[in-house]
Design a protein. Structure first.
Length: 126
């Protein structure tokens, strides 16, 4: 019995992208940089001081790269969290940019279940 490939596995095979390259790219993208650590320190110091304003900073890196286990789950159609899907997307887009290809979006990499009808909509029908 053959395993059914996920959209991500089919996309990577079509674009000739190796999973090991995704892991390496994600590690490079998601590693915390000194400026990320400085922002975290400022937030911590602002929290300790009472009455100080919030420190606004641009959205930084997570510090958590895509793991082999996460990719295996994504390839087999297993459960993958939203942030993990976003990290996979960032890594795929970085590899595509290196290949001078167009970036993609989450819907082309992952299946999203159809939203069920709400109970209110069902009660008005019948």
């Amino acid at each position: 019995m053959a395993e059914q490939k996920s959209k991500l596995a089919a996309f990577l095979a079509d674009k000739k992208i190796d999973a090991r390259r995704l892991i390496a790219t994600s590690k490079r993208l998601e590693n915390l940089q000194p400026e990320d650590r400085a922002v975290k320190l400022k937030r911590l110091q602002a929290r300790k001081k009472e009455g100080s304003e919030k420190v606004e900073a641009p959205k930084g890196r997570s510090g958590r790269p895509v793991s082999q286990r996460t990719l295996d789950a994504a390839f087999t159609g297993g459960v993958v969290s939203g942030p993990a899907k976003t990290r996979i997307l960032r890594a795929v887009n970085a590899v595509l940019a290196a290949k001078k290809a167009e970036p993609t979006d989450l819907r082309s990499l992952f299946d999203f279940p159809a939203k069920p009808k709400s109970e209110a909509a069902e009660s008005t029908e019948g």
